[in-house]
Design a protein around this ligand. Structure first.
Ligand SMILES: Nc1ncnc2c1ncn2[C@@H]1O[C@H](COP(=O)(O)OP(=O)(O)OP(=O)(O)O)[C@@H](O)[C@H]1O
Length: 233
């Protein structure tokens, strides 16, 4: 059963067409990874999926849990179980503990972040602390679709492993879209599908994420424009 189906989606932001006729189908419980060069539109897809009003949907549909949510607002999408770990989350004037008390649908305990709980969210947090704070928020909301935008950015090797395993363990039956530039995260998540986005379109999708990653590492994204690896489901 599809949890998320994106059909021919075109999105414009600040007068710029960023996504052009994008299609994506994620079955319930699958993990997909979205790869692609800088500025290809990966975070824009996240913003459009979450429903940020600045991201203007020009064409196409977003179907989630068999309902058309294309024109549904950001709060309603969150209520229906869509959540994200952001690349650059904003600072908020509330302690992490109080925020979790407000949003939590389930109790999550992570060892070693007790002092972080007493601090205002993202105010003076290090890159790694920001990620822990984001991940604990997302897990505690118990969403059904989670988008992880560069979970690995700013994390050292041990903390990338720790956070990846935590996400895998706590959200193991959930549907995950991981956006990344690094192979290390792929090894932890071992996605069901890898997709490559170039210029606002998914140009390659395959179950063989190891092969896609190897080609990208060896030849860069230029190769993705011409290679014939992409296969249907
Ligand atoms: N709010 C915005 N205002 C203006 N331009 C935007 C906005 N959001 C995205 N863009 C533009 O859309 C294009 C795609 O950006 P996006 O952040 O989606 O790329 P990305 O693939 O996530 O890149 P990266 O890998 O570098 O994070 C870029 O040219 C970016 O400047």
């Amino acid at each position: 059963m599809s949890l998320l189906k994106i059909d021919d989606l075109s999105v414009e932001v600040e007068g710029k067409n960023v996504l052009e006729g994008l299609n994506l189908d994620m079955q319930k419980g699958e993990t997909h990874v979205l790869l692609g060069p800088n500025a290809s539109g990966k975070s824009t897809l996240l913003s459009a999926l979450l429903g940020f009003p600045k991201y203007n949907i020009k064409k196409g549909k977003i179907i989630y849990k068999d309902k058309d949510i294309t024109n549904i607002n950001i709060e309603e999408r969150a209520k229906r179980g869509i959540a994200a770990v952001y690349q650059n989350p904003p600072a908020i004037n509330i302690t992490l503990k109080d925020l979790l008390d407000k949003i939590s649908k389930r109790n999550v305990k992570i060892e070693g972040i007790e002092s972080l709980m007493q601090r205002n969210v993202n105010i003076g947090f290090s890159g790694g602390e920001r990620k822990f704070s984001e991940v604990i928020q997302v897990i505690s909301m118990n969403p059904d679709l989670i988008i992880l935008d560069e979970l690995d950015a700013g994390l050292d090797v041990e903390n990338l492993e720790r956070l990846s395993l935590l996400v895998k363990e706590q959200l193991n039956d959930k549907t995950i879209l991981l956006i990344t530039h690094r192979g290390k995260a792929l090894n932890y998540f071992r996605p069901d599908y890898a997709h490559v986005m170039i210029d606002g379109k998914i140009t390659c999708s395959s179950r063989n994420w190891e092969k896609i990653w190897k080609l990208i590492e060896e030849c860069g994204y230029e190769k993705c424009k011409t290679c014939k690896l992409s296969s249907s489901r």
